[in-house]
Design a protein around this ligand. Structure first.
Ligand SMILES: [Zn+2]
Ligand SMILES: [Zn+2]
Length: 302
């Protein structure tokens, strides 16, 4: 990597309490499920490794929870510069690099607050990944702009997810994905449990890696080997082969994933059943029935 390219990593961690609290007994594979604490430890080591690759590398971690998405690090979003100031502090009291202490402390506090607060609210089995992606993109936009004079900042997003997809988020997620594609932001996905058709599409569109890890206990190894190298370095590596992407779209009427549907010729909305009026843009379709005479006429002309 050239010296003036810095790498920014945004980790979106699925902290859904329903999925993390769920006993793995229902799964036939019965592989040992890791706890959220074990997962956090792996993510923190991975985050340290990213920061160690280059001392100007940037990091942000967002928790995608069941009812909200929050920045775990950096704690106050506007204090992006605190990271670079902290770079100057070399060693903490226990000999640990001070920046790592800060990262770990903020992540742990953030998770604790999330878990404490969510006991009052309602719990959903899916996480707000689309919202977290939008937050990540805003953060990237801001940091890249404020970083312009200091060289190029290459940003990528890694989603670590275990809970199920929610097709209700299809529209928002796709909007975020196409924005990422426009901004040249790669989206990677490290899937812990349920295959995610939506993330498969997100990775395919932005040129990222989608990997459903075969063993949850090996999370750290997969993170280090597959997701640590910057996208610029990846062509030199032998990485897991591309997955077959589930390219079904969700219909706008029921948010079901469908193979074949009806598309409005004006606004390109997708519907699972025919309706004479487009539910999105209110266009009225004229129905003439199948064009019977067309073939005969064209033959005569020819
Ligand atoms: Zn429908
Ligand atoms: Zn329409």
């Amino acid at each position: 990597m050239t010296d003036n390219v810095k790498s920014q990593l945004i980790i979106i961690l699925d902290t859904n309490p329903v999925w993390w609290g769920h006993k793995p007994s229902s799964h036939t594979k019965a592989q040992q499920k890791m706890t959220l604490t074990e997962c956090l430890n792996s993510v923190m080591v991975f985050a340290h490794s990213h920061l160690m690759m280059n001392h100007s590398n940037k990091l942000a971690i967002i928790a995608a929870h069941s009812d909200q998405s929050v920045f775990l690090y950096p704690k106050n979003d506007p204090t992006v510069h605190v990271i670079s100031e902290a770079d100057e502090v070399t060693e903490g009291t226990d000999g640990k690099y001070e920046l790592f202490n800060q990262v770990d402390k903020q992540i742990k506090e953030g998770i604790k607050n999330l878990i404490d607060n969510c006991m009052n609210g309602q719990l959903y089995p899916d996480s707000l990944v689309a919202g977290a992606l939008a937050m990540a993109l805003c953060h990237i936009n801001k940091t890249e702009r404020s970083h312009e004079e200091a060289g190029i900042l290459s940003s990528r997003i890694l989603v670590i997810k275990g809970s199920e997809d929610n097709t209700e988020q299809y529209m928002n997620l796709m909007n975020a994905v196409f924005t990422a594609q426009k901004q040249n932001v790669v989206i990677d996905a490290c899937v812990l449990d349920n295959e995610s058709g939506l993330l498969q599409q997100a990775c395919d569109i932005t040129g990222g890696i989608y990997l459903k890890i075969p063993q949850m206990k090996g999370l750290l190894q997969y993170l280090m080997w597959v997701f640590l190298p910057d996208p610029l370095e990846r062509p030199k590596l032998t990485l897991p082969p591309k997955v077959q992407v589930d390219y079904r779209a969700a219909c706008f009427c029921h948010r079901n994933l469908i193979d074949i549907g009806y598309v409005c010729s004006v606004c390109l909305s997708i519907f699972c059943a025919f309706s004479p009026i487009c539910g999105t843009c209110q266009t009225t379709f004229k129905i003439f029935g199948p064009p019977k005479g067309v073939k005969k006429k064209s033959k005569k002309l020819g």
